[in-house]
Design a protein around this ligand. Structure first.
Ligand SMILES: NC(=O)c1ccc[n+]([C@@H]2O[C@H](COP(=O)([O-])OP(=O)(O)OC[C@H]3O[C@@H](n4cnc5c(N)ncnc54)[C@H](O)[C@@H]3O)[C@@H](O)[C@H]2O)c1
Length: 327
């Protein structure tokens, strides 16, 4: 029996792979290494495969049968919002095409359990203090749309052939569980700030005139290790035959931190001068996006253990362990 982690060589997937190996599970990773790296999967078996490519369904089906796969955790996706606006069809091919291949393979191979990386991007621009899973949000870019459609596909497969599924809607993921597993991409706030500091530039803040306490956008930062533990809780929830009360879960802390607060905390922890330049607002940034974590706590018994300082400290340590250390 094994768990198939698709996209397990990536930032978040590699954390889940390590936790699964640590609890003695058999793990097979499928990854095309487009943004991941083979050395991140440790002792897990790695099969290099693009799940959105022609023929992927058959390859996945074979792998699932050969390796006795009983559950799939699906991280593999393209995740750049701006790129998704520029190349919508490709995002649908990658994220939805890949998902369709995986689900068809699971049905044929008789694999029943799936955990899906969804995103707070499904909510778009909600005008609420705390976002609950059942609000009527609407994605405002193709990336968020592919995540919402992904959830619909899972619900359809549940109705059609009894898929057991959970979609975890991640808020702002940051930090590192181990220094060598830091976020390699320069897309989210903390790596973007560190990248600019490493180049000797000042961090940038996009807009300080939002209706928030310090005028900068407020987000819900979640430690990647807490997020990884949420996947284990979801796996345990899907096991057995008990009816599933809920499928969609926010993974956040319920607490907001502003962009300025994150940058200041990084300055305090690193001892660096993080004085930022303020630029105009970027289109499509909601002033505040903070998840209500009540459902995941009630149903899965999970809650975040790490606070903003832990997140920033671990991200800083991971950055310093890498080739682009500062100072
Ligand atoms: N990082 C975040 O803040 C965040 C927030 C919300 C949701 N998510 C979602 O979480 C998931 C993982 O994100 P991440 O930050 O670890 O990203 P990542 O890019 O580090 O990981 C994605 C992994 O999937 C692989 N992959 C991509 N397309 C593939 C394909 N067609 N076939 C096989 N492998 C493929 C990549 O090589 C990589 O190893 C994604 O689905 C992303 O949309 C991430």
């Amino acid at each position: 029996m094994s768990t198939l982690v698709i996209g397990g060589a990536g930032y978040i997937g590699a954390h889940v792979v390590r936790l699964l190996l640590d609890r003695g599970e058999e793990v097979v990773v499928v990854d095309d290494l487009s943004t991941g790296a083979g050395e991140r999967v440790g002792q897990a078996t790695l099969a290099e495969l693009d799940v959105a490519a022609p023929g992927a369904q058959e390859s996945l089906e074979k792998l699932m049968a050969e390796r006795g796969v009983t559950a799939v955790i699906h991280f593999a996706a393209k995740k750049q919002v701006g790129e998704s606006v520029a190349k919508p069809a490709w995002y649908y091919q990658q994220n939805i095409g890949g998902m369709a291949n995986i689900l068809a393979a699971m049905e044929n191979a008789g694999v029943r359990n799936m955990i899906f990386s969804s995103s707070a991007a499904v909510y778009g621009m909600p005008d609420v203090e705390l976002v609950r899973e059942d609000i009527h949000g609407r994605p405002i870019n193709p990336y968020g749309e592919t995540k919402l459609v992904g959830e619909w596909m899972l619900a359809d497969c549940e109705r059609a052939w009894g898929l057991r599924w959970a979609a975890l809607r991640y808020f702002n993921v940051a930090g590192a569980g181990w220094p060598e597993l830091g976020d390699p991409a320069i897309l989210n706030l903390v790596p973007m700030v560190l990248d600019r500091l490493a180049r000797g530039d000042r961090p940038k803040i996009f807009g300080d005139d939002y209706p928030t306490p310090d005028g900068t956008c407020v987000r819900d930062y979640i430690h990647v290790l807490d997020l990884a533990h949420a996947h284990l809780a979801a796996m345990d929830y899907l096991e057995g035959d008990a009816p599933l009360a809920e499928h969609v879960f926010n993974v956040g802390t319920g607490e907001g931190a502003s962009v300025r607060q994150v940058i200041d905390t990084l300055g305090e922890i690193s001892g660096l001068d993080t004085t930022a330049d303020v630029e105009p607002r970027r289109p499509g940034d909601p002033p505040r996006l903070v998840g209500d974590p009540a459902r995941i706590k009630d149903v899965l018994g999970w809650k975040a253990e790490h606070r903003l300082e832990d997140i920033i400290r671990s991200a800083w340590e991971a950055w310093q362990a890498g080739p682009r250390r500062i100072g």
